[in-house]
Design a protein around this ligand. Structure first.
Ligand code: DC
Length: 220
């Protein structure tokens, strides 16, 4: 691979279509997919499992120095293992979902995540989805997207996936936390997916990415 790896940042609200489209874009381009929400979920799951008080910032901060994690890239997707274990189902339970905003609001957690997430370029070109990728993790990238959809449509999508979640509450926590809140970062392309199919959304993202890559005269 020539030059610096390309980072495509896909941020947005919960159930706005970030995961679906980030995976589709990564597959279409042959880039590696990184789900940063899964990394926060892994920490939340680990804390719950270790019976660490989620209100105890010092204990969670100390955990970051102790837990044995590894960044693994397999089948063009990056994930964190803890003590060699890759939690998949465990990080999607309602207990983990309830715990994750607490750990995600801790400044030391966000700096730890930033370091680890920036290391993901060791795997080459990436499509990284999250809440602060364009604003805090890779602010230097030229490829920034912010996905959103109406609250009704997002709630409908979550229900269709069999997940009952108070998305308005989640939005509030994501946008109002003091450190790295969910914001539309400077230079991001805003895509409202309310009335778009995943195919249409992916096509829009790819069109812009290909146009930017062509301008740079880089092979896409
Ligand atoms: O995308 P998700 O629902 O799996 O994210 C889980 C939680 O992690 C959610 O509360 C938002 C938070 N998160 C974050 O603060 N920053 C990120 N880059 C990704 C997720």
């Amino acid at each position: 691979m020539k030059g610096k790896p390309i980072v495509i940042a896909i941020d947005g609200t919960s159930a706005s279509g970030k995961s679906t489209n980030a995976k589709r874009v990564a597959a279409a381009l042959g880039y590696t997919y990184v789900d940063t929400g899964a990394m926060y979920r892994t920490l939340a799951w680990y804390c719950v499992q270790q019976q660490i008080d989620l209100e105890d910032v010092k204990a969670i901060t100390a955990t970051l120095k102790k837990w044995k994690t590894k960044l693994v890239c397999s089948d063009k997707a990056v994930y964190l293992t803890v003590d060699g274990y890759h939690p998949v189902k465990e990080i999607r339970t309602s207990a983990t979902s309830a715990a994750v905003p607490k750990v995600a609001a801790i400044p030391a957690v966000r700096s730890w995540m930033k370091k680890v997430q920036r290391e993901c370029v060791q795997f080459g070109n990436i499509v990284m989805e999250g809440r602060d990728i364009g604003s805090a993790i890779f602010p230097e990238t030229d490829f920034k997207f912010y996905l959103d959809a109406s609250l009704d449509e997002r709630s409908r999508r979550r229900e269709a996936d069999g997940v009952v979640e108070n998305l308005a509450e989640r939005d509030k926590k994501d946008t109002q936390r003091a450190v790295s809140p969910l914001v539309i970062s400077l230079g991001a392309t805003l895509v409202n997916t309310s009335k778009l199919t995943p195919e249409e959304t992916t096509a829009m993202l790819l069109e812009e990415i290909h146009a930017k890559l062509a301008k740079r005269k880089l092979p896409s």
